[in-house]
Write a protein that binds this ligand. Sequence first.
Ligand SMILES: Cc1cc2nc3c(=O)[nH]c(=O)nc-3n(C[C@H](O)[C@H](O)[C@H](O)COP(=O)(O)O)c2cc1C
Length: 188
Amino acid sequence: MKKEVDFRKSPFPLPLVMIGAGTVDKPNASLYIWFSQFNEDPPIFAVAIKKKRYTYTLIKETGDFSINIPTKRCLKEADLVGTSTGRTIDKFKEYGLTPLPGKFIKAPLVGECPINIELKVIDEIVFPDHSMIIGEVLDTWIEEDLLKRGDKVLDIQKLSPIIVNYSDLSYHGLGEFLNFAGFSRRKK
Ligand SMILES: Cc1cc2nc3c(=O)[nH]c(=O)nc-3n(C[C@H](O)[C@H](O)[C@H](O)COP(=O)(O)O)c2cc1C
């Protein structure tokens, strides 16, 4: 039996991403779960950021940011950047992260994350406490050993991304591979 509940937090798994903002000389990083892709050609991603965050101020200043995918290996560092503010500390120095220059953006890429995406801000939708920053992808960097089939496919099992349960803010690993989309229509 289903229960009717006052459940305002996404009752579905959310992917964890780290945003790089500011500059390589004065870098900042923070953590996000309100994130997804909304267009394929060109690729457009959006992230909802609370307007009072330092990251929001930095993105407004430079007009760009990086999306970095943390994995099990750097979960501790990811949690640290998501629970402190760059207004008072240099999180990269403090938590041993490496700010790498992007090809097209001022914002730093996070070296410890095996996937880095460079984005420029193309639009913004302002909500009461958050703002949806809409970014167009300018470039994507993925560790070679995570790529297969002529660099077209990401080995998501090998990547080991982090999934978040928003209702208790807990981190989870990826489940098992089930099947490919369209499998139900394929003739055996
Ligand atoms: C698991 C997790 C997920 C988060 N997701 C978001 C999010 O989607 N949007 C947001 O505005 N803040 C989110 N935060 C909060 C920011 O990452 C956090 O406030 C960070 O310290 C901001 O850093 P800054 O002040 O240097 O910008 C999340 C934090 C954690 C721990």
